[in-house]
Every structure is written in structure tokens, then in C-alpha cells.
Design a protein around this ligand. Structure first.
Ligand SMILES: [Zn+2]
Length: 160
């Protein structure tokens, strides 16, 4: 598992040329974050450095709503629902985050989704799940880091 994670990260780092995610992953490997399983079965890892207790209901709702609307929008009879549910959602500090030189609210490495803890919205979650979906189903290399797949336009901002 660790070997696979590092391999993916190395691939990602070469493509992205950006060290910010690596810093966060190192923190995560330090296992400092608190893991919370929400009723819909997703795992949230709090690496934000903030107490998110009172935001948990809102986070939980956004995750559930975002996932259900994504599933409907993608409309794939082989939608890997459980596989996507098993991808932990790592909450990052509410600080500036640059991915591929652009200001970003989060990113996915195919194994985990990382999101700024102040950007836990259904649309942001759908965006990152689309990356993981494309990666895991093999439809796009590295989950389509340049957003060429039409699913981004079709499903990220679907009404929810
Ligand atoms: Zn993206």
C-alpha cells in the first residue's frame, strides 16, 4: 500500500512539478489526522489543524449529496461506488494551495482526495471524485489532471 502510494505520488509529482501536495502527504503519513467515518460510509481524515466537530453535519451532508448527484450524473452501470467511497477525504488547513501553478481548493492522487477544509462543497467533492473515477476506471491517465474529459463540464456543477 505504501509502495503504491509513493509510486503514485512520484508520478504525480513529476507531472505536476509542485511540492505542496507532497508536504501534506508527508503529514498524513505521520498519521496525525483524526479519522472520522460518517454515516454514508466515507472516511474523513482531519488534517486541517482545526476542530471540525460542529461542521461535521454540513460536511456529511455535502459528501452525501455530492456523491449521489455525481452517481446519477455519471450514469454508469458499472459505477465503482464502493471503491470511490473507500477513498478517504483528507481535509487540509484553510490556506492557499497551488496545484499545477494554479490556486486550488484541492486535488486527488487516485488514492485519496485532499480538500481545503473551508471548501467542502458538493461541487468541489464531485470534481475530485471525477478525477478518481477516471483514474480508477482507467479512462484517463492520472485521473485527467488537465480536465479534458467532458464529465467535468457535465457533472461538477450539476444542480444539487
Ligand atoms: Zn481538478
Amino acid at each position: 500500500m505504501l509502495g503504491r502510494l509513493l509510486l503514485v505520488l512520484c508520478s504525480w509529482a513529476i507531472l505536476a512539478g509542485c511540492s505542496v501536495p507532497i508536504i501534506y502527504v508527508k503529514q498524513d503519513l505521520g498519521l496525525g489526522g483524526r479519522k472520522i467515518t460518517i454515516p454514508s460510509g466515507f472516511t474523513i481524515v482531519n488534517e486541517s489543524g482545526r476542530d471540525i466537530e460542529e461542521k461535521m453535519k454540513a460536511i456529511s451532508d455535502a459528501v452525501e449529496l455530492g456523491f449521489e448527484t455525481l452517481k446519477t450524473c455519471i450514469n454508469d452501470s458499472e459505477f465503482p461506488g464502493q471503491e470511490l467511497k473507500d477513498v478517504p477525504l483528507v481535509l487540509l488547513p484553510p490556506e492557499m494551495l497551488y496545484v499545477l501553478g494554479k490556486k486550488s481548493a484541492g486535488f486527488a492522487d487516485g488514492i485519496r482526495i485532499y480538500l481545503r477544509s473551508d471548501y467542502i462543497w458538493a461541487s468541489k467533492l464531485r470534481h475530485e471524485w471525477i478525477h478518481v473515477y477516471l483514474w480508477r476506471t482507467g479512462r484517463r491517465a492520472f485521473g485527467d489532471i488537465f480536465h479534458r474529459d467532458p464529465l467535468f463540464k457535465k457533472c461538477e456543477y450539476v444542480l444539487s
